[in-house]
Design a protein around this ligand. Structure first.
Ligand code: SUG
Length: 430
């Protein structure tokens, strides 16, 4: 039987607010502020630990090396690490910001993953997202590919190359697997309307979603494609997981999430039957702006015993329309709400759901996962010690010009890959 595991991204030592992300209101609003890398990493680890404590399978994916010197070299900078960083800070500070972003922490964008029960060859398929819509994210794909291969190393796992860059692919943030536990699932892929030019460009290309479904060998009758509403994108919904979350037989979404909700609901009902719970949050109760501000939908939906738990950012308590909505959930499929302080990540537009990559696994497949990538109480303690030894308390975007940050970061990541038994996954280790 397939069960859902979650692999959270560990926040990297260069976590900062450079305001790079397109269509992401939080990241733009917080540009230039001071970040707290140590606190950010600890907040993420605590959330992951709490999920493991609920009895869920919880894994981890490491940060990427930043600043990414191979990209600086590709951009024409030369010499030692220090020389390249100093020259980039002076001549192209925007490029230095891009190669220093810790955005790989949001592993919902690392890849799209298909369960072996849904694929033609009965193996688990991974396509690392090319994240080509923005420079600072496009540099993640190659390392993500290496990290996923090291984390899921056996022949039960198929690792595809990222899609060509012309087809923007932002990974699992725009994909939801629904279905009864133990049965083949229904895959819902959501993309933007790339013909429309609104306030913000859509990031997910429809042909990217279709290509992922095709190469993973998903059954066409159980694969659905929906269009994100442009109103939502323009309101700051840069990924579908900012406005919808689903698990097993429950799909929670905002009234304005999709272009043609009636058709989508009919398709989902046909594929999944009457047991499917479609929970639609009306705009009259939670306006789009409140949904984006609180990140209500960027929650995880997890099954714990008989409970369906919504794992939300604690910002939901800050926005009155949203806390009122949550107080009225009784009687519906969601039976519990737990919240986490993830403010460091949230200020860059990353909530609980962004921080995790869902990987549906059978017991045999789980046995083939790199064991040290799984979070145990001992590994949690070791990682907290690692963060406290290596991470700065505070970081301004201007600190990215400090070459010492690169050395600190490499030392930290080198030690981490040993702790996690990942081998050499970074350029600086080769
Ligand atoms: O791509 N933020 C990310 C947030 C990604 C959230 N993920 C999901 N919704 N699944 C983005 O917009 C800001 C980073 C910076 O400015 O350094 C950033 O990239």
């Amino acid at each position: 039987m397939t069960i859902e595991s979650n692999f959270d991204g560990i926040v990297g030592p260069t976590h900062n607010y450079a305001g790079l992300a397109h269509g992401n209101l939080a990241a733009t609003a917080n540009a230039g502020q001071m970040s707290r890398p140590r606190e950010a990493a600890l907040q993420g680890l605590r959330k992951a630990k709490a999920m493991a404590d609920l009895g869920l399978v919880q894994g981890l994916l490491p940060p990427h090396e930043r600043p990414h010197l191979p990209t600086l070299r590709a951009l024409g900078f030369e010499g030692s690490a220090e020389q390249m960083i100093v020259a980039a800070a002076r001549d192209a500070p925007g490029m230095l910001d891009a190669v220093s972003s810790a955005a790989a922490m949001w592993t919902a964008n690392a890849a799209t993953v298909s369960a072996s029960s849904d694929t033609r060859d009965r193996r688990v398929h991974f396509t690392p997202a090319n994240l080509s819509s923005q420079l600072h994210r496009s540099i993640e794909a190659a390392t993500t590919h290496a990290v996923l291969q090291a984390t899921f190393p056996s022949l039960r796992f198929v690792h595809h190359a990222p899609l060509p860059d012309a087809l923007g692919d932002e990974g699992a943030a725009n994909h939801t697997r629904l279905g009864r536990n133990g049965e083949p699932g229904v895959d819902l892929f959501v993309h933007g309307d790339t013909s429309r030019h609104g306030r913000f460009r859509p990031r997910q290309h429809p042909d990217a979603s279709r290509a992922v479904a095709r190469r993973h060998g998903l059954h066409p009758a159980r694969t659905l494609f929906a269009t994100q509403s442009s109103t939502a994108i323009d309101a700051g919904v840069f990924h579908n997981d900012v406005i919808a979350v689903g698990s097993e037989l429950t799909l929670l979404h905002h009234e304005e999430a999709f272009d043609n909700t009636t058709v989508l609901h009919a398709q989902l009902r046909r594929a999944l039957g009457d047991d499917l719970e479609l929970v639609v949050v009306p705009s009259a109760e939670v306006p789009l702006a409140a949904a984006v501000d609180s990140y209500l939908f960027n929650s995880q939906l997890v099954h714990v015993g008989d409970d369906l738990v919504l794992v939300a950012p604690d910002d939901v308590n800050r926005v009155p329309a949203v806390s009122r909505y949550l107080a009225g959930l009784a009687g519906g499929p969601i039976t519990r709400v737990v919240t986490f302080d993830l403010r460091q990540s949230m200020r860059n537009g990353g909530g609980p759901a962004c921080l995790r990559l869902r990987v549906p696994l059978t017991n045999d497949e789980l046995a083939d996962v790199n064991p040290r990538s799984l979070l145990t109480p001992e590994r949690f303690e070791a990682l907290v010690g690692w963060v406290e030894r290596h991470y700065r308390e505070e970081l301004f975007p201007s600190d990215l010009a400090d070459p010492a940050l690169y050395d600190e970061s490499c030392r930290a990541l080198d030690e981490l890959t040993q702790q996690l038994g990942l081998g050499s996954v970074y350029d600086f280790q080769r």
